[in-house]
Design a protein around this ligand. Sequence first.
Ligand SMILES: Cc1cc2nc3c(=O)[nH]c(=O)nc-3n(C[C@H](O)[C@H](O)[C@H](O)COP(=O)(O)O)c2cc1C
Length: 206
Amino acid sequence: MMNVLLLNGSPNAKGCTYTALNELAATLEKENITTEIIHVGNRDIRGCVGCCRCAELGHCVFNDLVNEVAPKFSAADGLVVGSPVYYASANGTLTNFLDRLFFSTPFSKRMKVGAAVCSARRAGTTATFDQLNKYFTISEMPVASGRYWNMVHGSNAEQVMQDTEGLQNMRILARNMAFLIRAITAERNRSGLPLQEETVYTNFIR
Ligand SMILES: Cc1cc2nc3c(=O)[nH]c(=O)nc-3n(C[C@H](O)[C@H](O)[C@H](O)COP(=O)(O)O)c2cc1C
């Protein structure tokens, strides 16, 4: 069974971000993809300290939700990151979490499908959306898209329920994500993943 992990970066368990993620997850389930929404934004997640011990340990030196979610991310076919907009950017707890999750995990993220979702009262959504998509596009993760940049608007869940365009886009995004996951799985089974190259770090200092 294919599965998608959804991260709620909001401190609010059942707020706006959750409402968007829930619409997405419900549609993925209808597409026969199992889902799990993990609440990240209410946790005390410290930032990466750049110690690079993860290179030896295979996990982050700080043993918290990051290390709990890592094996789930490894097993997932797709990852959705959801954030409320804070000062026209992604929520700090979520970015602390994602910095450490992506940096500390040794497994390949190649061809896991990514999608970013954000929620705002009014503005800063596209900057947040761009910021979150960068975790995917440095990790060889194809990005699923909707019919609009993935955002909902509101200050609470009730207002987001009135954002019918935003919620429709979550359903469209979910179906596109499911399609991409199925297509990638079929092609991986048919002819494997694209040719991989050794990593090259360009260093201009001689
Ligand atoms: C610290 C803070 C900063 C915020 N900054 C913005 C902002 O820049 N733009 C905006 O439209 N809303 C901003 N908001 C409002 C939230 O992004 C918005 O209400 C969001 O939908 C809440 O989602 P949630 O219920 O999932 O937490 C901010 C809220 C907080 C607490």
